[in-house]
Ligand binder design. Structure first.
Ligand code: EZ4
Ligand code: CO
Length: 402
């Protein structure tokens, strides 16, 4: 089998998505997600202008060799644009192999290790009371795990508090919006939020919280400690992780489990965190972490250090990534939890998919390959629209810290 054509497709059914479609001389094709929120066209160009010509004529079954060729051959290694592009090609190749052999991708990865993939959704509210109510709606839908975020009184708009109920899109059209942030105001509200949620719903539900890289290490240590009575499943992105050593300070001060890694590009972003047992969950994703091939390396490294996975799965990761993550999650031994924010009806129309949700668990389905398709005739109705993630400033206008 040979690769004959590589297409880079851009559509915006509610938000921008970049998709690669790799065709072969035997008629089988595969698709991969290449979406990098706010920098979509950079990845599209990387793929179209630099990667596509190198793939024509290659054997798509040589997934590992093609991964090494794109990673090592570029000379310029790592980085979110490069690793998202490699991730997209990798997903498409696993899709091709699954379809050609007539098996779902999880069978190629060693088979199912579990019956389903436990997921968490986002309960949001502008106030603590609204967020507490939103948790109840997720529990009614069957979720076993819920991330809870509330607006901070005195701040106009808080990152992570979604606008939609079931999907979550922090990017906005036009140029980047600017939000204000105050750690003091934030820290004063979060423990009360979780006290209220536990009071209302008891101990059975897994609760998660995302600090979106906003805190210093000592602030994160204090927040983790104050949240200990509410037994969180995890506290995510407590501090920016460029400086992995910073997690030592957080760890010294709290037993609240820690998760980080949704913006990591390769395992090299996490080696110290893992070696020193500074985190409990690695959030690297298939799309931004170099595909299924590299995520297997990352998960194996994590497993050696008692760390489980918790793949990023917000709405800006397309249904192709969601499917790839589910095949991966189902197969590995050290899976922890999967983030699951639903897509808009328009997005689901562009990307029909085989995965299904029931009773708090997702299953990738048994369609050959990844089990997701791309409908050009629908996608073409939604042209690209420039959009950015917001910029965050402290109340005095500085950007120090994150
Ligand atoms: O900020 O997907 O845990 N989820 C998150 C997400 C990310 C966005 C970035 O594009 O933090 O909401
Ligand atoms: Co996050």
């Amino acid at each position: 089998m040979k690769i004959t054509d590589v297409e880079v497709l851009v559509t915006s059914p509610g938000r921008n998505f970049v998709t690669i479609r790799i065709r072969t001389d035997e008629g089988v094709y595969g698709i991969g997600d290449a979406t990098l929120n706010g920098r979509e066209l950079a990845v599209a160009s990387y793929l179209r202008d630099h990667v596509a010509p190198c793939l024509i004529g290659r054997n798509p079954f040589q997934i590992e060799d093609i991964w090494q060729y794109l990673y090592r051959g570029a000379y310029w290694r790592r980085g979110p644009v490069t690793m998202t592009a490699i991730g997209a090609v990798d997903m498409a190749l696993w899709d091709i192999k699954g379809k050609a052999l007539n098996v779902p991708v999880y069978e190629l990865l060693g088979g199912a290790s579990r019956n389903g993939v436990m997921v968490y959704g986002h309960a949001n509210g502008q106030s603590v009371g609204e967020a507490v109510e939103a948790v109840g709606r997720y529990l009614d839908m069957g979720y076993k795990a819920v991330r809870v975020q509330a607006g901070v009184p005195g701040l106009k708009g808080t990152y992570g508090v979604g606008r939609g109920e079931l999907f979550y899109e922090p990017a906005g059209e036009g140029l980047p919006a600017e939000d204000a942030w105050s750690t003091e105001k934030y820290l004063a509200t979060v423990p009360e939020l979780f006290a209220r949620v536990r009071e209302e719903y008891g101990r059975d539900v897994h609760l998660l919280h995302d600090a979106h890289h906003r805190l210093t290490p000592i602030e994160a240590g204090r927040l983790g400690r104050e949240l200990e009575p509410y037994a969180l499943f995890w506290l995510e992105d407590a501090v920016p992780a460029e400086q992995q050593e910073a997690f030592r300070i957080v760890r010294q001060h709290t037993t609240t489990p820690l998760a980080v890694g949704e913006i990591f590009s390769t395992i090299h972003d996490a080696t110290l965190l893992l070696r020193e047992n500074l985190i409990d969950y690695l959030r690297m994703t298939v799309v931004h972490g170099g595909g299924i091939t590299h995520l297997r390396t990352a998960a194996a490294y994590a497993a050696v250090h008692h760390v489980r996975t918790g793949c990023h799965g917000a709405t800006d990761l397309s249904p192709v990534t969601m499917a790839a993550a589910l095949h991966f999650d189902l197969s590995i031994p050290n899976f922890g939890i999967q983030e699951y924010m639903r897509h808009t009806a328009e997005t689901d129309e562009v990307f029909p998919h085989a995965y299904t949700f029931a009773d708090g668990y997702l299953h990738p389905g048994d369609a050959p390959g990844l089990g997701v398709d791309y409908r050009d005739e629908v996608a073409e109705r939604f042209p690209y629209r420039r959009a950015y993630l917001p910029v965050s400033r402290l109340e005095d206008g500085t950007m120090f810290n994150w």
